[in-house]
Write a new protein. Structure first.
Length: 199
């Protein structure tokens, strides 16, 4: 009898741990800092400057922005901003400042969630230099990434450590735990019934 009770308790513990794992990690498009967007930066005025901006929701009300450029001038600090509007028509006053792009790279943290940003039209604008900040050399409209793009844009440190045979996907592990629980309960019930009948 005690062995069967022990099995039931172990199954319950397994189910609880799997559900907790699912709640902690969520899905790639949930609120766990895994939502993503991007902007394809196109040259303005024949500048020859192009690139991409990757935006990632950090899950704490902020967004991480990474800009990568080509066709830039070496060792020149290029101011960058998020502006409301589209490439054809945008507010010249920046809504959110970004770190200067130097030698083709920039990383910034914006004090706004990605939901706030993609809920309206935004562009990323890169300027020629601090001295010629009035000259915009590249712009791109911010667009939410599709689910497959979001997964491909995740960096290795973002991925949960699963190990071989581990629970790599909480969406798959939770049903397994539920089945284990149901099986344990049915086994315990069958045992109790057979014991009461003296079988």
């Amino acid at each position: 009898m005690r062995k069967f009770y022990l099995l039931v308790v172990m199954a319950l513990a397994l189910a609880v741990s799997n559900v907790a794992y699912a709640d902690d990690h969520g899905s790639d498009t949930g609120d766990g800092g895994r939502k993503a967007a991007h902007a394809h930066l196109e040259a303005v005025g024949g500048s020859g400057v192009t690139g991409t901006a990757h935006l990632k929701d950090m899950g704490d009300g902020t967004t991480h922005v990474v800009i990568e450029l080509e066709g830039f001038e070496q060792d020149v600090a290029m101011p960058a901003h998020l502006h409301t509007g589209t490439r054809d028509e945008y507010d010249p006053k920046p809504k959110y400042p970004l770190e200067n792009v130097v030698n083709g790279a920039s990383e910034s943290t914006v004090d706004a969630s990605l939901d706030e940003i993609v809920s309206e039209d935004f562009i990323v604008a890169v300027h020629e230099s601090e001295e010629n900040i009035q000259n915009v050399v590249a712009t791109g409209e911010v667009e939410a990434a599709h689910e497959d793009e979001q997964q491909s844009e995740e960096t290795p440190e973002d991925m949960p450590e699963t190990g071989a045979g581990g629970m790599a996907d909480s969406r798959n592990s939770t049903p397994v735990a539920a089945l284990a629980l149901v099986g344990a309960v049915l086994a315990a019930g069958t045992f109790l019934v057979t014991r009461s009948r003296g079988i």
